[in-house]
Unconditional design. Structure first.
Lengths: 380, 380, 380, 380
């Protein structure tokens, strides 16, 4: 077995759902060891969280700055090799810049940062130090998403015509942020979440999924953003018309007030010769409709799938895999990339990079701009 | 049993799918007798079609003008009481105007006519003579659509926030009109179909379904229309952002190039307190998601449904009803209305009227205008 | 158009669900005219029902005997050509025997009769007079059931191994027969319904569906019948292990106390090379699983289907057909058969015959015998 | 954080699917450290597997006997605390007996052993030494299975009437064991797999799921076992009629030749007041049908669920959990139980025990006996 990589985590302490998800995903394949943490912006909570998670006391830091300093002070073979940034959005930028700048590989949650300037700066930083820099657009880790991408790339859909992508949630249909829900609080706070609410949190996932599968490039968008819940400070619903280079069209919907939907990310891709449908809540299935003949139900774990889908699978067909495995697939690819980096090879791989993160930031910016504009089409 | 009503049909001869659908629907409840026809614009075909369908020779007319004249020449108790107009769209207007003007009740296929001027003229004509004038927006005849309307009207969804309606088809993904398909030919011909293709043929159904269920009124729209199949003369795909009076928002999609979809009309309605989903291809089901608690699967034929849904049902639960029964529900309501008219009562009832048809025409006009405009929002 | 056939109905008056279903199905294709009726065993109700349904007074008979006599007294070109028997089960035998014996074609509801002796007598009678004799196992009228049969017959499943058929209902989960429900009353009354309850009413449908699709012949059965609702006089749940000639095995389940199921008839057929699944409540779909490759979703109305499925369809794909059309398909085949009979041709066709009815009666008898036996296997 | 427990694994080396599943599940919650292994019956393969998995060389044993000896020779605070037995079935017994006898906690794969005598011996051994002894009937680890059990226990279904459970697979539809598939080889070999094939491998899962959810006790069974694939030495298909104490009935189906099914374990439970349906391939859903009112779709992660379902969940609603998390739930319960054991408390918990394993062995034995018997009912 390859030696497991040492990682440190920024954010993700007590009560943070996404930190635990990252740790589960990191643990799944025995490729990482949880070594250090600055788990909360409140030092006492940071300490308590570290203890609860079994971190050594001297690797439990009160701040990320202390963690960076402390880790750099250690010999290279003890030092963390990867930092995982799972704070509210506004903290991503300084942390990622500092660690990447110091030559420590980075996995950051999405949306990457608040502005394209920040994103460009991170790209530059990562290029300068050569670190692996991944952004956890975790949904593209699903095997059947990789299979969908293969179908597009191999031309089974022919020239693409249309994409319909929706990310439907209902959990913010009431003013949960006033009811003490921490998740709801920071996600609806512009200072911490950025310029957009639903569009930033989940619309950017939809953008990433769509782009990853189709390879299409946005040319112009037309957005309508709404805040349905009175007093909320960011959009909780957004709908966009899309125009891609080459003539394809699309619709993107992201909502957190659609009651009855839990985490319903759905992608339809239509080409001249066929179409695909994938739903995150039924992730082991991929529907393929050829121009002629019956619709086919492709399922994870079967021999008719391509290499990427096969390789991203851990269990036989019918033993459902889900969210966690998809998340872990990002980390597995990152571990492989770090391995290649260590051997002086090209670390590029099948994971979302800082450039994907930057495009997501741009998506949010342009959507907000379009929503504020009277012009129909806002160039992307 | 009430005496069956005598009806004549214009259009619907050999090879016309929709004419046969109307006749099946008219036959279903024994409320109508097929009495006269001008079944094709080609007199010889009209004659042949009449014979094939068992019409008397002297009620088989070469033209609709001859039918109008011939029927008016008969005594009232032999004369057709209803004309059913199932021609390509461009013929609806003169036929409907002439028969309604002559005091004969009208059922017209949709879209009603080509322009709002024509539509207004038909409204005026129908008001003048007092005839029953229905437009076969047949999808609102489904029992579970009536149940959805009830849920909205009774406030079970609370104040409405958002509507997502899609009408997804794939049958025009190739240039079928060049392959000798009669349906494809007239539907892609502006002279016969009107100013819009997919938006006119199926987008107008989506508009009607949405409006019937929600009662929301469109305030502004933002449309993008595309012709994906090279050489086609009308749009085969359209996507709209919607703004309703009172602040609700929406998305409407209509496509005939989405491979894998047959006749996939889907409606989602989201309110502050709950949400509904209905799909035409699974018409006996209606999904209701309350703000709290599990999603519920309402099914046709059960005692927990409201009167309108119960009344529009012919079979017990689990014995699926479908397209034809929904279509027949329109005709049953029309028969009841004609009965009330005959007794001097108010013929209003639960069927789509000439005013619904006019709104549908306006929807097409405004969509085409919006698609041609650089302004984001086109007032409705 | 072929001249419509004159039919008379026995049973099916006020409050009888199945009589109305038959009349809707008979009306659908304009192939029949409702001409005479003995609609109830109560003469006054028979008269009232006839009036309500628009029957001529002199064709509304107080008893089936009167109808037979009255119709035979008329000239051949006025006389009913077909009798439709939709009474409770115990009346099927005398009516069918009398009319078939008099040379009038017969469509009888199922189960055909109470005993195999009666069934054999009807076979003999029908052979003697040569009449068309159909039994409304209506579920085999569905286009996708015909497609399933084609797949088996063309060998796409290879040699058959196993059949799992279930007919799941929940409507008799409580003692509805004590709550004034007419349907529940006679169906749980041995004198009217026969020796079996759920097995007779719906188990026989399951048997017919399974046999029609697979062509397999039962060799031995092992049945367990239960009456779950206290005080009920017939089984309301039955489960059988099946052995077919040639080595195939099977499971048949029929229940009327499975809450949550409405009319859930499901068939799975497994062969060496593939498998099929069809569900009555989603009748436009047929799932085909080949040994290799993805599962396929076949849907009614598509060009890849066989002739029988295509011919049994009235609407394009995506315009769902359902129970009524399947029922009408039986009547359409019967009308064609009567036409061939009239022309002196072989009336055999794609409809369930008196022999299917007899096999169904045998199925009920053997199931009841097996349930009463301590031996594991009861020969069929 | 509680200190992670040291575990050793017997079996599960190269090419063994289930060993990897256990290790993933053990890793998920950071409650265990993989410390020692006797990973293959071939010493060289055992060594290679240990190295590949990162085991220390001196904890990589050539045989399970060597592992037991080696670990017992270590001080208690280094010694493995748990042995995980994931060998082919015939090895379970000696390994489990030896380790349990030595006071090391045991998790064994299922079916537990080959005979009830062996099972009883293991029960006695575990009681003597007081170790925690779990059997990985992993499907009962699913949160919605726990919710189903709650519904039954709280009486929401009323008195139970009927259970239908099926475990449908198709992977052994051809003679895979002759094509070099290791899994297929030992599972179809009586010496390694035991007296039954499909019934042992998956039928016993169905039995466990059914019993866990319903609490019903089998009174008598009637089984038909078949070997469809020529030359195979064990059953590949089995169907049973069931009778429970108290009058409930049931059907159990287990097949590995049903093409089109991957790992399709389905449970239906019917009571006097309601019914439940759960499917392993859609594990986040549980359908509840009350006697009155619409069917409800319960979904994992929602606040309306009971404590056991909530506690067995790691992710919010809509972020699907699947096979691995269910498996890990067994291990989490075991870790808690070992913790209680260490503190001198009662280690009983919500995991399947050696007694469940013994009942599963009995189920296999009685099924094989019934299949060989001419009597309809074989007492359980």
């Amino acid at each position: 077995m390859t030696r497991p990589l040492r990682y440190g985590m920024v954010g993700g302490g007590e009560g943070a759902f996404i930190g635990a998800v990252h740790r589960h995903a990191l643990a799944l394949d025995h490729r990482y060891v949880f070594t250090a943490g600055a788990l909360s912006s409140t030092p006492e909570k940071a300490r308590r969280s570290g203890a609860a998670l079994g971190l050594a006391e001297d690797r439990t830091y009160p701040t990320w700055e202390a963690m960076l300093e402390g880790e750099l002070a250690r010999p290279a073979d003890e030092r963390i090799e990867l930092v995982v940034v799972v704070t509210p959005n506004h903290v991503h930028y300084p942390v990622a810049k500092a660690f990447a700048g110091a030559g420590i590989h980075v996995v950051s949650d999405k949306p990457l940062v608040h502005t394209s300037e920040q994103a460009d700066d991170l790209i530059a930083t990562a290029e300068r130090t050569g670190v692996v820099f991944a952004v956890t657009y975790n949904y593209t880790g699903y095997p059947m998403v990789k299979e969908a991408r293969r179908y597009v790339q191999e031309g089974r859909l022919g020239r693409l015509r249309k994409v319909v992508v929706g990310y439907h949630q209902g959990w913010l249909a009431t003013k949960l942020e006033d009811a003490g829900a921490k998740q709801a609080q920071w996600r609806t706070d512009p200072a911490r979440s950025g310029a957009a609410g639903a569009i930033g949190d989940i619309g950017s996932h939809a953008e990433n999924l769509m782009t990853t599968v189709t390879g299409l490039e946005l040319e112009a968008i037309c957005a309508d953003l709404t805040t349905f819940v009175e007093g909320r400070r960011l959009d909780d619903d957004g709908n966009l018309l899309l125009r891609f280079g080459g003539g394809a069209k699309g619709v993107l919907m992201a909502s957190q007030v659609e009651i009855g939907h839990e985490n319903d990310l759905v992608l339809h891709v239509y080409g001249e010769d066929g179409a695909l449908t994938w739903r995150q809540e039924d992730p082991n299935a991929l529907w393929f409709a050829p121009l002629e003949g019956p619709v086919q139900l492709l399922r994870r774990g079967n021999p008719y799938l391509g290499d990427a889908a096969q390789g991203a699978s851990r269990l036989p067909a019918g033993h459902p895999e889900a969210f966690l495995e998809a998340f872990a697939n990002v980390y597995r690819e990152v571990a492989d990339a770090i391995g290649r980096h260590a051997r002086g090879e090209d670390p590029a791989g099948d994971y979302p990079t800082v450039r994907d993160g930057a495009r997501g930031v741009r998506f949010i910016e342009r959507t907000v701009a379009s929503a504020a504009s009277d012009a129909k089409w806002t160039p992307f």
